[in-house]
Design a protein around this ligand. Structure first.
Ligand code: NAD
Length: 294
């Protein structure tokens, strides 16, 4: 079954490469020359337009920056796809955009799933991504073998948009908990606690969470966390801010009060304005500690 892969950037490039590694025939398109070269080196057949990529495909995977990109792309390619093509959007976008994209595909005679991921570029390269999938069961069953080539954990979350909903809810927890952990280290330092002492207690007590035990925002207690390399790599603050904004857009649309999610979005907005979008999101601790950078 031929697969069209549109968006061969930091995430899509290695995901497409893993499909090729598993014996799939992948035709790709990306306007960026660097993304094209890297994908070609990984065995993806490159073409000159999104329409050309979908012409011979039965599955179309998109990994694009935003909902506007996905909707524009779908409007362009849906008429060119063979009837009954499976559209799989792995980008992180608004729930409403995901539903609109699925509507475009189904109205055009195709099936569609939203399947955003967590695991970052490391998970994309290692094929250990988690996929959160929304859409009809038949489409999910058809997509699952291909998702398994790119990921380790695949969860069917419900109908169209449910994958995006799960993704933004999870990342709202993550953004809020990283700020809570960072504030605790700041307060601990003010009270004369060492970072290690606070970690030793909280990591095995009721304060335990991923933001503390895996992605610890202070250097030392968790040697693999980005804090030990000046917050290089990891999950970029700009992407955390994007996801917190998507969560707020959804909360606003649904009239759900999310006071901490809103505050987290404000703090990450201020942090990204000051520090830029590139460092790991745990670097927010450098804006919360009394003496500045940890
Ligand atoms: P990226 O900017 O590296 O890649 C996006 C690619 O899409 C670019 O190469 C761009 O040229 C290409 N593109 C734009 N319009 C296109 C079109 N019409 N047709 C084909 N290609 C087109 O971004 P990324 O880091 O790969 O992220 C992609 C998506 O994955 C985003 O929605 C992001 O939020 C999500 N995501 C990223 C991470 C991460 O750690 N990078 C983690 C989880 C989810």
């Amino acid at each position: 079954m031929s697969i069209a892969f549109l968006g061969l950037g930091n995430m899509g490039g290695p995901m497409a490469a893993n499909l090729v590694q598993n014996g799939e025939k992948v035709t790709g398109y990306d306007p960026d020359p660097h993304a094209r070269d890297t994908a070609a080196g990984a065995g993806v057949s490159l073409v000159d337009s999104a329409v050309a990529a979908v012409a011979s495909a039965r599955i179309v995977i998109t990994m694009l920056p935003s909902g506007a990109h996905v909707l524009d792309c779908y409007r362009e390619i849906i008429p060119a796809a063979a009837p009954g093509t499976l559209f799989l959007d792995c980008s992180t976008i608004e729930v409403t955009d995901a539903r609109a994209a699925a509507d475009l595909a189904t109205t055009g005679g195709h099936s569609a799933l939203d399947a955003p991921v967590s695991g970052g570029v490391v998970g994309a390269a290692a094929a250990t991504l988690t996929f959160m999938v929304g859409g009809p069961s038949e489409a999910y069953i058809a997509a699952e073998p291909y998702l398994k080539h790119m990921g380790k954990k695949i969860v069917h979350c419900g109908e169209s948009g449910a994958g995006q909903a799960a993704k933004i809810c999870n990342n709202m927890i993550l953004g809020v908990s990283m700020i809570a952990v960072s504030e605790a280290f700041a307060l601990g330092r003010g009270l004369g606690l060492t970072d290690q002492a606070l970690f030793d207690v909280a990591s095995t007590a009721s304060g335990q969470c991923w933001a503390l035990t895996t992605n610890c925002p202070v250097p030392g207690p968790v040697p693999a966390s980005p804090a030990n390399r000046d917050y290089a790599g990891g999950f970029a603050s700009g992407l955390m801010l994007k996801d917190l904004r998507l969560a707020q857009a959804a909360a606003h649309a649904e009239g759900i009060p999310t006071a901490l999610g809103k505050h987290a979005e404000q703090l990450y907005t201020a942090f990204v304005d000051q520090d830029g979008p590139g460092r790991d999101f745990s670097a927010i601790i450098t804006s919360l500690t009394k003496d500045g950078p940890a």
